[in-house]
Write a protein that binds this ligand. Structure first.
Ligand code: GLY
Length: 380
């Protein structure tokens, strides 16, 4: 496994549980985008036009969450902060309301469950909402998990399942006679493997040794996220995730059971930059304050930026690449946390049986391939 973020870890855990000898290469396993992510499981509220196939995958993974969490918590004794709290998407002005009405129509056409509420009904559910909220969509099926706890639990689950960790960078993929054969590590060690999974998030497109035609077309999309603390005297500040599109930018507030409030997120095409900027923090606080004015009373505890691994069609790349022996589990973009249970299951099935399950077939990396792989000879 090249990459020890939540996608690499869940794949390693599931594969090891099915009897495969598994190793993870990552200088900081359990880190990556999950350290930043808010952990919304937003299959319904983050639905977009033209992404109905992805919706099916997202819903399938959301449906697996309760059993996945129960198994992971039982295996590790770690609470992953799964909270079946639902989501309220609200509108602040006439344009927002029109946007939300369109989303509601799309959700209804897709057979999804969401309920239109007046501004007053929204405030009855969430009294901290601004008086100016003009309507909203109640989506009781979009929940949350704490990605940091999820990553920590997956790390423990992997260790208990016998996964070996190499806490260094992978320098290059080893290819012998047109087949992936392992990875060379930056400490000079060479690992050999019958199958290699590239699950390195936004870095997946940069591993040396992977033929150009096989490199996944993923790019980093920066997201800045804030963490605040809800003092006990203010609880319950919000009882569910609240989100909106304010002046074209998405903002969401995710209240955790432990009193943390996560506010996200910017979406910036700035390459590998992970600077937290005054402008990013200002825009998030400004938009969040318009939704929930009381937010300015809360202690601000953390600001962080991470990189979403985006693909050309916003959907993940799951399954065998055009280079035999190399599989991809990357490009999860805005849905990495949501797609964690399903990704682990389909990748473990592929690794143990050689067959990619039906639900993952529309997401095979080959949808982006135009030419067969270039032959690359390297010493074993
Ligand atoms: N899914 C939330 C985000 O990517 O910001």
């Amino acid at each position: 496994m090249v990459g020890g973020g939540i996608i690499g870890l869940v794949t390693a855990w599931r594969a090891a549980r099915r009897g495969l000898r598994t190793a993870v290469v990552d200088p900081d396993p359990g880190g990556g985008a999950a350290r930043v992510a808010a952990g919304m499981l937003a299959a319904v509220t983050e639905l977009h036009y033209g992404e109905e196939t992805l919706l099916g995958l997202n819903l399938a993974s959301a449906a697996r969450y309760p059993a996945f969490v129960a198994e992971l918590e039982e295996s590790t004794g770690h609470d992953v902060g799964y909270r079946a709290c639902g989501t309220l998407a609200v509108a602040l002005d006439a344009d927002d309301r029109a946007h939300l009405r369109e989303l509601h129509a799309l959700q209804t056409r897709c057979g999804l469950s969401s309920e239109w509420l007046s501004g007053r009904e929204c405030r009855r559910l969430e009294p901290m909402l601004a008086p100016g909220v003009r309507g909203g969509l109640r989506v009781d099926g979009d929940h949350q998990v704490d990605p940091r706890r999820l990553a920590a639990a997956l790390l423990v689950a992997c260790e208990r399942a016998g996964v070996v960790f190499h806490r260094v960078l992978a320098e290059r993929l080893t290819v012998v006679r047109d087949r992936a054969r392992g990875v060379l590590l930056t400490d000079g060690e060479e690992l050999t493997a019958d199958q290699v999974v590239l699950a390195a998030g936004s870095l997946s497109g940069r591993l040396a040794g992977v033929p150009d035609e096989v490199l996944p077309p993923v790019r980093p999309v920066k997201g800045q996220v804030l963490r605040l603390r809800i003092p006990a005297a203010y609880a319950p500040f919000l009882s569910r995730t609240v989100r909106a599109v304010v002046r074209g930018s998405h903002v969401y507030l995710v209240p955790r059971a432990n009193g943390e409030l996560v506010v996200g997120a910017t979406s910036e095409e700035l390459g590998w930059d992970t600077t937290v900027t005054a402008g990013g923090v200002y825009e998030l606080l400004r938009d969040a304050h318009e939704l929930v004015p009381g937010i300015t009373e809360l202690p601000l505890t953390e600001t962080l930026a991470g990189l979403r691994p985006a693909s050309p069609d916003n959907a993940p790349l799951l399954g065998p690449s055009a280079l035999p022996g190399l599989h991809l589990a990357t490009g999860h973009y805005r849905n990495g946390v949501l797609l964690t249970p399903l990704t682990g299951d389909v990748m473990a099935e592929l690794l143990t049986t050689g067959a990619l399950p039906d639900e993952a077939r529309p997401f095979t990396p080959r949808r982006f391939s135009t030419t067969p792989p270039v032959r690359q000879e390297q010493p074993a």
